[in-house]
Design a protein around this ligand. Structure first.
Ligand code: ADP
Ligand code: MG
Length: 303
């Protein structure tokens, strides 16, 4: 059943990014909590209808690594997207509470993001285009899901007019205007893992906080400098260091998602059936996610 604007009651604001604002809302007819994203769009009616049509592909996305979709509609001059509300929030927000992630959570992040990218590309020929910590969500059962991927070409085009598409997670080849492939998303995953592991920004804070005159400098550094690297001397496993370095190679030498998911860093993480996370890791992940939720509710971190 299509969702209508006046059936949604605001519960709380979740955040605002370059492209829109996200709130937790209650859908009155179903009494379901949802995340509502509002994107102001300065586009003609035909374009708006085209965006809504294209967003319908999200109804067909069915994967534990992809955010659930309830529907999208136009309200006044906004595109409104209703998606699954994910209770622990995004990795950037979680990171601010927990600090650097333990390696099993880095494995979980790498595995979930790769599985999501593989699902989107193999089943729908979708390239994410905006992999970053705020677009990876964790629920208190430990599931990690991708959101805000590039399903609608018209939406991408319409947003390009209003916002600066620069991000500290952008690959060198994209900055240089080359063709954009799934490997660009792998670069972004590498930058993200580097930051979540080390607790340091790879290329400084996110681009919307960078002063406009230093953006060019930032982009030049991504293209010209050697990529950030993790060092086993700092207590990281050699497998993690190697995995991140393979994500951050120049496009030609960079590994593709299907190869990375078989990398030694993820060996033993995926169970016998080749799909589900093996049981010893599953327990630790659940416990960690539950703890995050406790901290968010103002209780102390356990164990
Ligand atoms: P950005 O991703 O650039 O931070 P967004 O507008 O996409 O900007 O999202 C704003 C914030 O809303 C995110 O940082 C995230 O913490 C939160 N958020 C987005 N989608 C959801 C969701 N489905 N469930 C819970 N929180 C969400
Ligand atoms: Mg987002």
């Amino acid at each position: 059943l299509p969702i209508k604007a006046d059936e949604l009651v605001l519960l709380k604001k979740l955040g605002a990014g370059q492209g829109g604002t996200v709130s937790k809302v209650l859908h009155l007819p179903t009494q379901k909590s949802m995340a509502r994203k509002i994107i102001p769009i300065d586009a003609k009616e035909v374009i708006q209808s085209q965006i809504i049509r294209e967003l319908r592909i999200m109804h067909e996305c069915d994967s534990p690594y992809i955010i659930g979709f309830y529907g999208a509609f136009i309200h006044e001059s906004d595109v409104v997207i209703c998606m699954e509300y994910v209770d622990c929030g995004s990795l950037d927000y979680i990171f601010k509470l927990t600090g650097p992630f333990p390696e099993f959570m880095l494995k979980h992040t790498a595995h979930s993001v790769l599985s999501g990218l593989i699902y989107l590309y193999d089943n729908h020929r979708i390239i994410h285009r905006d992999v970053k910590p705020s677009n990876v969500l964790l629920d208190s059962k430990g599931n990690m899901k991708l959101c805000d991927f590039g399903v609608s070409r018209e939406l991408i085009n319409s947003m390009a007019d209003t916002f600066v598409g620069t991000s500290t997670y952008m690959s060198p080849e994209r900055i240089q205007g080359g063709v954009y492939s799934v490997k660009g998303d792998v670069w972004s995953l590498g930058v993200m893992l580097y930051e979540l592991a080390s607790g340091q920004y790879a290329y400084g804070r996110d681009a919307n906080q960078v002063a406009p005159d230093s953006i060019l400098d930032l982009l030049q550094r991504i293209v010209n400098e050697s990529p950030p690297a993790l060092n086993p001397k700092d207590g990281f496993s050699p497998e993690l260091c190697d995995f991140v370095s393979l994500c951050l190679k120049k496009e030609k030498q960079r590994w593709a998602p299907h190869d990375l998911i078989k990398h030694p860093f993820l060996q033993g993480f995926i169970g016998e059936d080749g799909f589900k996370v093996s049981s010893e890791y599953r327990g630790a992940i659940k416990k960690w996610a539950k703890n995050v939720r406790r901290v968010q509710k103002g209780k102390a971190m356990k164990g």
